[in-house]
Design a protein around this ligand. Structure first.
Ligand SMILES: [Zn+2]
Length: 288
C-alpha cells in the first residue's frame, strides 16, 4: 500500500485557533481527519468542503477533543481543497479557512469477464430492481446517526488473504465500469463473517449486484458493508457487537467465485475500508 500524506496549510490567522491535524495517509478514495481541542467560549458547528458539509463530533475517548472526518471521492482529481470551519466564539458566528491537497491514490487496473447480462442489464425488471436498491442504499449512507455506537478499535471481518484491494479500476468485458468499491477477502462458502465493530444492522437482504448484503451503521455517518454472503445470522434492526458473527460467506450476486467483499462509507462517500479502520483506530481509539 502506498502512503501519501495529506498536506494542510493553515492560515496564520488560525494561530489562535486550536485545531490539530494529524498527518494521515490520504488520497482520492480515502479519508482524512481533523481534531479540535475544546476551548472556552468556542463552539464548533461544522466544516464545509466544496458543496458538502460535515458535522463535528465529540471525540469518543478524549473528553477534551472533537473530530471531523474528511472523506474524499474516488473520482476527485489531485487538487487543492478548501475547508471552511464554521464555529461561534462568545456567541458570535465565525469561520476559518484551511487548505489541503488531494493526491492521486495510484490505483491499479483489473480486467474482469462476466456474463453479458450482468454487465449491462437490459431487462426492465432488473434495471428497476438495481435502481431501487441503489436509491435505498444511498438513503441509508446519507443518514447521519448522531450517536456513536463504537467505543473500541475496529477489526477486519475476516482473517484471510486479500484477493482484491480497494480502488482497482475495473474493466468489465473491455468497458471501464468504475472501480472496486471494497476489499475482497478469500473465503470459502460458509466461513463465519464478523462485525467490524458495534452498531445497528440497517440492511440485511439480497441485492442484484452484491448478493446477500449486510450494512452496519456505526453512528456519526460511518457504515461498514459485507457482501455475497450465503447466510444471514442477524436481521435488520438488530444491535450487534464487535466480533459477533453476522453471516456466512458465499458467492451470491455478481461475482465469479466465493469471497467476502468488505466496504465502508463515510458521510455518504465510498472510501478505502482498511485505511478508514487504521485512521479511526489510531486517532479515536488509541490503537497505534
Ligand atoms: Zn469486491
Amino acid at each position: 500500500m502506498r502512503y501519501i500524506y495529506i498536506f494542510l496549510f493553515l492560515f496564520s490567522s488560525l494561530g489562535a485557533f486550536n485545531v490539530e491535524i494529524p498527518k494521515e495517509t490520504v488520497s482520492n478514495g480515502r479519508t482524512g481527519i481533523l481534531m479540535f481541542n475544546k476551548e472556552k467560549g468556542v463552539q464548533y458547528q461544522k466544516i464545509v468542503v466544496g458543496k458538502q458539509s460535515y458535522k463535528i463530533f465529540k471525540h469518543p475517548t478524549d473528553a477534551h477533543k472533537l473530530y471531523v472526518l474528511l472523506p474524499e471521492s474516488y473520482y476527485k482529481k489531485p487538487s487543492k481543497q478548501k475547508v471552511q470551519i464554521i464555529y461561534t466564539k462568545n456567541a458570535k458566528k465565525k469561520s476559518k479557512i484551511l487548505y489541503f491537497n488531494v493526491v492521486d491514490g495510484k490505483y491499479e487496473k483489473e480486467t474482469i469477464h462476466v456474463q453479458k447480462s450482468k454487465v449491462n442489464p437490459t431487462d426492465k425488471k432488473v434495471k428497476a430492481r438495481t435502481a431501487k436498491e441503489y436509491a435505498q442504499a444511498m438513503k441509508i449512507y446519507n443518514t447521519i446517526t448522531p450517536k456513536n455506537y463504537v467505543r473500541s478499535p475496529y477489526i477486519v471481518p475476516l482473517d484471510s488473504k486479500i484477493t482484491s484491494a480497494f480502488g482497482i479500476a475495473r474493466v468489465y468485458n473491455d468497458t471501464l465500469k468504475g472501480y472496486h468499491s471494497g476489499t475482497d477477502f478469500r473465503a470459502k462458502i460458509g466461513t463465519p463473517i464478523i462485525a467490524s465493530n458495534d452498531g445497528k444492522v440497517v440492511l440485511a437482504q439480497n441485492r442484484f449486484y452484491s448478493g446477500n448484503s449486510i450494512i452496519i451503521d456505526h453512528g456519526e455517518g460511518i457504515y461498514t458493508c459485507y457482501y455475497h454472503m450465503s447466510q444471514f445470522k442477524v436481521k435488520k434492526g438488530a444491535m450487534v457487537k464487535k466480533g459477533e458473527v453476522i453471516g456466512l460467506s458465499g458467492d451470491t450476486g455478481r461475482i465469479t467465485g466465493p469471497h467476502l467483499h468488505f466496504s465502508a462509507r463515510v458521510g455518504g462517500l465510498q472510501v478505502d475500508p482498511l485505511q478508514l479502520v487504521k485512521l479511526l483506530n489510531k486517532n479515536l481509539y488509541g490503537d497505534i
